[in-house]
Design a binder for this molecule. Structure first.
Ligand code: THU
Length: 134
């Protein structure tokens, strides 16, 4: 299985493909599923600013496009201009969607000291929205 550091480095590498001419805030994300598959994404902005797509949701969309719909184990996020760049609220809810039977999802960030820090989805979104009955 890929290490946290390797997953983070994939996020860092893919961030070079970020399309962020408006914010000038490149972000890369790499998500790991329990079967070992990894999918990457970058933030993609638009002149109509509100249409921007975050790196995390692009990575998860790529996973779904490739048939991966549950068992999200970890997601690493790299922001070129900022350490400790946590996922936004919308991305946290997307991360929650794909955790499958996994109790939680590891969220791997670059700490202020430059070392990799491992958090969990429940650190950021302890009581996520979920429909439990229909
Ligand atoms: N961004 C992400 O890619 N992920 C997040 O979780 C928060 C923000 C992007 C969106 C925009 O292109 C830039 O960062 C500045 O907000």
């Amino acid at each position: 299985m890929i290490t946290n550091e390797e997953l983070f480095n994939l996020a860092k590498e893919i961030s070079k493909n970020s399309y962020s001419p408006y914010s000038n805030f490149p972000v890369g994300a790499a998500c790991l599923f329990k079967n070992g598959n990894v999918y990457k994404g970058v933030n993609v902005e638009n002149t109509s600013y509100g249409l921007t797509l975050c790196a995390e949701r692009n990575a998860l969309s790529t996973a779904v496009t490739n048939g991966e719909i549950e068992g999200l184990y970890a997601i690493a996020i790299y922001a070129k201009k900022q350490k400790m760049c946590a996922p936004c609220g919308a991305c946290l809810q997307w991360i929650a969607e794909f955790r499958g039977d996994n109790d939680d999802v590891n969220i791997i960030l670059e700490g202020e000291d430059g070392n990799i820090k491992v958090y969990t989805l429940s650190d950021f979104l302890p009581k996520s929205f979920k429909i439990t009955s229909k």
